[in-house]
Design a binder for this molecule. Structure first.
Ligand code: NAD
Length: 260
C-alpha cells in the first residue's frame, strides 16, 4: 500500500502517466498530476481521483521545457503535503523525421521534456527524500533507451540519456534509502503513438494499417500493445518494499521487442 505517501507524476493528464497516477491513488497515495490539455477535462480527472480513491489530488500546469517551473512544481508538491516521496518523470513527446530534416526546435524540445526535465525534477526532489531516508524515483524511458528506430533521433537520444541519468542518480543515492529506476515500455496505445502515425506514413510511404501492423507491432514479438495499466503496475512494484534493492535498473516491458 502507498498510504501516507505523496507522489508527483509528470505528464499525467493522459496515457501512461495518468494510469500511474490513478494506480498510486488507488493504493492510497496523494498525487500531484501534471501535463497539458483541456482545463475542464483535467479538473474532472483530478476530482475523480479524489472521489474514487479517497486521497488528495492536485494539479500542476508546469511546462517540462522550463527548468524553474519544474523545480517550483516539486517544491510546491512537497510543501503542500509535507513530503514528496515518489517522483515519476514521465512527460514525453515524439517527433518523427530524418536527421537531415529534423527541426532544431523539435530536437531541443524533446531533449528538454524527455531528458532534462527528469534531471531538474530529481535535483529538486532529492533533499526532501534524503531527509526522510525514503524515496522512489522512476522515469519512463522506452525500448528506445536500448535500441534505435530510424527517424527518431531526438527521442532515442533522450531515452538513452534517461538510462545514464538513472544509473548516476542511483549510485549517488545508494545509501540514502532512495531507489532510482526507469521503466522501458514497448509500444503502448496512447495519444503519443497515435499522433506519430501520419508522419511515419509519410516518412516510410506506408498506409495507416501498414504502419500499425508492419512498423509498430512488427517490433513487438507478442504482436500486442503493452497497456498503460501494465506499466503502472510495474511502477507500483518499484515503490514497494520488495523492490528496495532494485536501483539503477532499466526494467523492460516490451512484448519481447528488445529480445529480438
Ligand atoms: P501521452 O501523449 O498520452 O502523454 C504525454 C503526457 O506528457 C501528457 O500528459 C502531456 O500533456 C504531457 N506533456 C507533454 N509535453 C509536456 C510539457 N512540455 N510539460 C508538461 N507535460 C507535458 O503519451 P504516453 O505514451 O503516455 O507517454 C508517456 C511517456 O511514456 C513518455 O515519456 C513516452 O516517451 C513514454 N513511452 C511511451 C510509449 C508508448 O508507446 N506510448 C512507449 C515507451 C515510452
Amino acid at each position: 500500500s502507498l498510504k501516507s505517501r505523496n507522489a508527483l507524476v509528470t505528464g499525467s493528464t493522459s496515457g501512461i502517466g495518468l494510469a500511474i497516477a490513478r494506480t498510486f491513488a488507488r493504493e492510497g497515495a496523494n498525487v500531484t498530476i501534471n501535463g497539458f490539455g483541456d482545463a475542464a477535462a483535467i479538473e474532472t480527472e483530478r476530482a475523480a481521483i479524489e472521489k474514487e480513491f479517497g486521497v488528495k489530488a492536485f494539479y500542476s500546469d508546469a511546462d517540462m521545457t522550463k527548468p524553474e517551473a519544474i523545480r517550483a512544481m516539486v517544491k510546491e508538491a512537497k510543501e503542500r503535503l509535507g513530503s514528496l516521496d515518489i517522483l515519476v518523470n514521465n512527460a514525453g513527446i515524439q517527433h518523427v523525421s530524418p536527421i537531415e530534416d529534423f527541426p532544431l526546435e523539435k530536437w531541443d524540445q524533446i531533449i528538454a521534456i524527455n531528458l532534462s526535465a527528469a534531471f531538474h525534477g530529481i535535483a529538486a526532489a532529492i533533499p526532501g527524500m534524503k531527509a526522510r531516508h525514503w524515496g522512489r524515483i522512476i522515469s519512463t524511458a522506452s525500448a528506445h533507451s536500448l535500441v534505435a528506430s530510424p527517424f527518431k533521433s531526438a527521442y532515442v537520444s533522450a531515452k538513452h540519456g534517461i538510462v545514464g541519468l538513472t544509473q548516476t542518480a542511483a549510485l549517488e543515492l545508494a545509501t540514502s534509502g532512495i531507489t532510482v529506476n526507469c521503466i522501458s515500455p514497448g509500444y503502448v496505445w496512447t495519444p503519443l503513438v497515435e499522433k506519430q502515425i501520419p508522419d511515419t506514413m509519410k516518412a516510410r510511404n506506408l498506409s495507416r494499417d501498414e504502419v500499425i501492423n508492419n512498423v509498430i507491432l512488427a517490433a513487438q514479438p507478442t504482436k500486442q500493445f503493452v497497456t498503460a495499466d501494465q506499466v503502472a503496475s510495474l511502477a507500483l512494484y518499484l515503490c514497494s518494499d520488495a523492490a528496495a534493492q532494485i536501483t539503477g535498473s532499466n526494467l523492460v516491458i516490451d512484448g519481447g521487442w528488445t529480445a529480438a
